[in-house]
Write a protein that binds this ligand. Structure first.
Ligand code: EPZ
Length: 418
């Protein structure tokens, strides 16, 4: 297995280009199952999870041409698709469950492997199934598979989510856009990735509109068009590198980004004393002095994202005093903490709250990645630690960060993969 070796305490400067969003690409790829038209997707992040989803869609029967250089996918289908998503393709990438809604809507049946849990939590899909049953699907779970069917096709309905779920909102939308009649979905997740998927669906010909902050009205259709779509930038990758710049930057520039989308994160960094300049499509981080401690609670968008919880914890290690971070989304998302403690971090966990004491000087160590965002927090810690840090199991990183070493090396970080 590959490792990353990072020599800390190097000052970073330069510019970092942000890739397309993994978490927008995955549901948009699932949405291409709905149409027989030709779809061109641009600004695709060629990370492991996207390759896994592409393999799943090819297994189901779509033709997908990848142009690595221009990060473009050309998708079409000229044969009847399979309505099966097998375990071996879903076991490493839970978002494969998003093919359930579109396959059910288009073919009135689907057999999709029940996605397992992962390091950060049990990750149930009960809300996905709740929404599909509201649309008329009959659901059975057997031998680790979800068997869904709707012999008369899906019918529009009223779906009121009891709690906010990104994936369940996406699956419900992807099913309802081709159901017969009108659907109203309330208490939706409204992450920018979902909003980008909705823009894509409208371009495709779907009739879908927000009729409230967390309320969507859909009129089902099957008339679609050939379209092109450029996927939104990855706000979690951007947030990760903004924190890297706040930790170890002299001056780092981020181009072709929309600061408005990460208002919450920018406000928080300013509150922590980070020197940050905001222009229309550009963000610049300057070397900061003292870092202030803060209290954060993760929440659904537009709240502070759980996907940046592990990363902001590293900046808290530089802050003076005790900072608090409450993880409200996943039940086991502090797996990075034991590894950070081995680098000298002073972090106490009480239930879903981490108390982080700073400023703490970290020392390089051999550590192990456990999940995508925990592994990148170890990279951030290594950037400010004394001496050398070796990070094992970097395949976790490759699931969601494109060319991480290249982007950091371009800003003078001392980072190598072996
Ligand atoms: C999406 O996961 C993201 N993944 C996650 O990013 C992100 O952390 C999460 O949303 C929250 O923002 C993708 O978009 C591919 P949820 P998802 O359904 O859809 C519970 C990353 O690092 N829940 O909003 O699985 C669930 O257990 C990944 O890129 C149910 O109880 O998240 C969790 O506690 C990690 N029943 C909470 O809801 C369900 O049916 C929020 O989960 C579904 C979810």
């Amino acid at each position: 297995m590959q490792k990353l070796i990072i020599k800390g305490k190097k000052k970073l400067s330069g510019s970092i280009s942000i890739s397309g969003s993994k978490n927008a690409t995955l549901p948009i790829l699932a949405a291409t199952l709905l149409t027989d038209k030709v779809i061109t997707l641009k600004n695709i992040p060629l990370v492991q999870d996207v390759h896994t989803m592409i393999n799943l869609l090819k297994f189901i029967g779509l033709n997908i041409e990848i142009s690595k250089k221009s990060k473009t996918l050309k998708i079409s289908s000229n044969r009847k698709l399979k309505t099966v998503a097998p375990y071996n393709l879903l076991k490493t990438m839970r978002a494969g469950v998003l093919v359930l809604g579109p396959l059910l809507a288009k073919y009135k049946k689907a057999k999709v492997s029940l996605p397992g849990g992962c390091a950060i939590g049990a990750r149930p899909v009960n809300l996905h199934l709740f929404a599909l049953e509201k649309l008329g699907a009959k659901i059975k779970i057997k031998n680790g598979y979800i068997y869904a069917s709707a012999k008369d096709g899906l019918k529009g309905s009223i779906i009121k989510f009891p709690s906010i779920s990104v994936g369940a909102t996406e699956n419900a939308i992807l099913a309802a856009v081709s159901a017969k009649g009108k659907t109203i979905i309330s208490n939706c997740a409204i992450e920018p990735e979902i909003q980008d998927m909705i823009i894509f669906l409208k371009k495709m010909g779907c009739n879908i509109n927000f009729v409230g902050k967390r309320k969507i009205l859909i009129i089902g259709t099957r008339e679609f068009k050939n379209i092109r779509h450029e996927v939104i930038f990855d706000r979690i990758e951007l947030g990760t590198y903004l924190i890297a710049a706040a930790l170890a930057g002299k001056k780092i520039i981020f181009l072709k980004v929309k600061p408005k989308i990460i208002e919450t994160e920018i406000k928080l960094l300013k509150k922590m004393g980070i020197k940050i300049k905001i222009d229309k499509n550009k963000i610049t981080i300057f070397e900061s002095g003292k870092v202030n401690n803060v209290n954060i609670k993760t929440a659904p968008y537009p709240g502070f994202p759980t996907d940046l919880q592990a990363q902001i914890m590293i900046l808290m290690l530089k802050a003076s005093g005790v900072s608090k971070i409450t993880e409200n989304i996943f039940e086991n998302r502090f797996m990075h903490v034991p590894e950070l403690r081995r680098m000298g971090a002073k972090i106490i966990i009480k239930k879903n709250i981490a108390f982080v004491t700073g400023p703490t000087n970290l020392s390089g160590a051999e550590v192990m990645a456990t999940d995508l965002r925990a592994s990148v927090s170890l990279v951030l810690a290594a950037l400010i630690a004394d001496n050398r840090t070796v990070i094992n199991r970097v395949y976790h990183l490759d699931r969601g960060y494109e060319n991480l070493e290249k982007k950091l090396r371009k800003c003078k970080a001392n980072i190598n993969r072996v």
